[in-house]
Ligand binder design. Structure first.
Ligand code: CO
Length: 138
């Protein structure tokens, strides 16, 4: 599991909340206008070169963000589960061959230059599943 995404209304407040309670720290922040979200990635505090599962806080960048509708409907809540894959193109092909619908025809840009896609919740047991191909660091 690359990360678990939590929908929040206020990114700073949520980051402080989760950091204080669960000994996490923000290791990355980024706006993704294409996805309509501002995000913060959290990892265990003090973990050097952390490569494990992260917590992703996502807040809507504007009122027209799909995430705004999610927050209105569900409030702050768990939003998606992200699997890390070796190749987003291969994963997309394999899932499509299995009759699984993906949200995008081609991968889009995710956190830190990663390539992402989403599985339709109806084809994933009601869970929004994100696929993440992590960018190779130089
Ligand atoms: Co995510």
């Amino acid at each position: 599991v690359d990360h678990v995404g939590l929908a929040v209304a206020d990114l700073d407040a949520a980051a402080a909340f989760h950091s204080a309670r669960f000994d996490l720290e923000v290791i990355h922040r980024e706006d993704n206008p294409e996805q309509g979200v501002a995000e913060a990635m959290l990892a265990p505090r003090g973990a050097a070169r952390y490569d494990g599962t992260q917590i992703q806080l996502i807040a809507p960048l504007g009122a027209d963000s799909p995430l705004s509708r999610f927050l209105t409907r569900s409030g702050p809540a768990m939003h998606h589960l992200a699997y890390r894959v070796g190749s987003i193109d291969l994963a997309t092909q394999l899932l499509t061959d299995r009759g699984v619908r993906l949200l995008y025809d081609a991968a889009r840009s995710g956190t830190r230059g990663s390539r992402i896609n989403f599985v339709h919740p109806r084809d994933a047991g009601g869970v929004l599943v994100e696929l993440v191909e992590v960018a190779r660091s130089g």
